[in-house]
Design a protein around this ligand. Sequence first.
Ligand SMILES: O=C(O)CCC(=O)C(=O)O
Ligand SMILES: [Fe+2]
Length: 710
Amino acid sequence: MPALVYPELKPWTHAKETTTELDYAPLAVLDFAKWDLPGGKEELAKELNEAAHSMGFWTIINPGIPEEALDAQFALANTFFSLPQEEKEEVTFIAGESCWGYRPPGTIKGTEYKENIEMVNLHKFTEGTNYPRHAFMKRYEPLITSFQKLVHEAVITKIFILFAIMLELPENHFTDMHKFEKASDDHVRFIKYRTRTIDEDKAVNDQWMAGHTDFGSITLLFPQPIAALQVRTPEEEWKWVKYVPGGIVCNAADLISMMTKGYVKSAIHRVMRPPPDQAHLDRLGMFFFVRPTNDVLIKPGFSPVLKREGLWTKEDEEFKDEDAATCGEFVLARMQNFNLSRTKDLKEKESRPTLLSESHGFHATKELTAPGHSECNPWTFGTPKIAVDPYFPAQNHNKKPVADTRWRGLRWNSTNSTFLPEAPLPPVNDLPIETLTDAVAAIPPLQQGDLAALGLCNWTPAGMVQYSFEAVHLVTGLPWFWTFVAATLFWRVTLFPFAVAGMQNASRMKPIQPLMRVQAEKMNAARQAGDVAGMQQASLELAQIRKSAGVTTAGMMVPPLVQLPISLGMFIGIKSMCELPVIQLAQSGFAWLPDLTQPSPYYILPIILAASGNGLIMLSSRDADLSNATIAHLMNVLRMVSFVAIPFMGSLPSGVLVSLVVTSLASMGQALLLRLSAVRAFFGIAPLDPSTRSQLPTLRESLKYYLPPK
Ligand SMILES: O=C(O)CCC(=O)C(=O)O
Ligand SMILES: [Fe+2]
């Protein structure tokens, strides 16, 4: 494993895969490498359709999340769980109020056993979110946020696009409901399950977490090899979920099920004592609970598929927005019920959960569900009161309860059900709140492999540019501002031979141009006359002319083919480093431009860029063939565009602009250098001919050229 951005984090070593033969659920494996292939998304949507409709569980391979990024998060969790207990309890779940922060193991009701679960829920860190957070977690905010954003982009968004395709809805149907930047209860959860003795486990029927559904849209379960998770199949059997190396297991949850009228199944799952070859090992899990944004209405959306399936009814059509609860209200109410329910599910012979939809809006009453009511959740697992139907009944969806305490009565049959806090919880307001400046001041230097751990550095041009920036920084030890300058110059120097090759080719081309024009005319005449032999002859001659002049197709094609991807890669690669952000870039080491991830102050860099861009165009126009007026005026258009683009440039992170300015100035230096007769002679480029020196029209002349006379 490469060094982490934060070397003090303790890496988590994953166990070996089990060799025990387990009764595995037949889960679909979706290969996200297909995403960009022609027809790939449609094929994936088909596979997801089958999986989401039947099992509610599936696995994604090649999700585009680097292993190092996962390792870093597991190390973070491992380090957190090994902190002293008081430090972990700095921010703790508050029964009936919130589930952010740490939840220590409780005692299993009716037994003397301690629960073997401790967990921490990390609400996404977005603007305006003000949840209490551990000082420890704040310290790692960049590492956590960039990971969550990456997962959102690379996996979650794609799943929602596939949902939309499979339901024949516009691709943005679900993605619009799940914007990372908007307020929602998206969070990452880490759970540490500690081993128990055989006897302890027997007392709870080997259950580590009772059967339940998750209550958001989807849940991602990141790869870890200890078998323990089981899913309830359509045949109502518990089957093991197989670990696929690098694969992310996903399950659909209640809200997505409600919004698709149960077409997408909210999957019932539980966690059991692992098989014998793994039962002695602690299990560390990482999960991403995805929720719609708070403002989204819980309301099924019309889909031709639902209609064909007979799930879409007149009632749905007539359902009014004002009758719908919002996802924010729903999640809050269920969360408030979080620690209130007191069930004995782990002691039941077998937890027999139902789906939320079975009871919601029908059985819950204000009286029963009032906070603190001892019977607030009468639907304990296994009671005969509930009909056990693991599938979402289509008919009940429109009975959306409004945001009142009725929601508290909804079954919260998840992980918290046995939690009984043992010690009084610290008041949140007393917690030391570190300022962000403190956190930033503590940024450690970047180390090799850190960018990869953040999901950067791959085999695309942008990824390779990022790799080169990391390498230049580590090899030279330069601060980040100068790293940007040096790495950009490195690429200019690397591209210099290609620029020279392009010029050599062009200079060989120049004297044969009149001949080539004649050949082209010959070719045209032959084509019009239908004279194939004549055409062949003309192209043969053309080839010979070019060959004798030393002009090759490769010579014409290769320089731009190399320069273009690298230039684009620089732009995209640097932009994504700044936008992530790679937090070290916030300390540029250059007083005048302290933070490369932020726009340039007072538009200084965009103005320099526009000015140098103009200079470059004027310089290259001097030796250009401007006999064609359109070309001459077009160059002037480019000059004007460079100024008009200043506001856009002003919105880019200054790291991108530093690189663009260096590129522009270096290009100018290169152009001046390649005008010198001695340099041209050295490279075998024909000298410039002062008699053919051209001059651009004035900007006013160009405006006149484009604007029709009044
Ligand atoms: O530990 C697992 O594999 C599943 C955890 C889970 O289902 C949950 O936290 O909701
Ligand atoms: Fe779950």
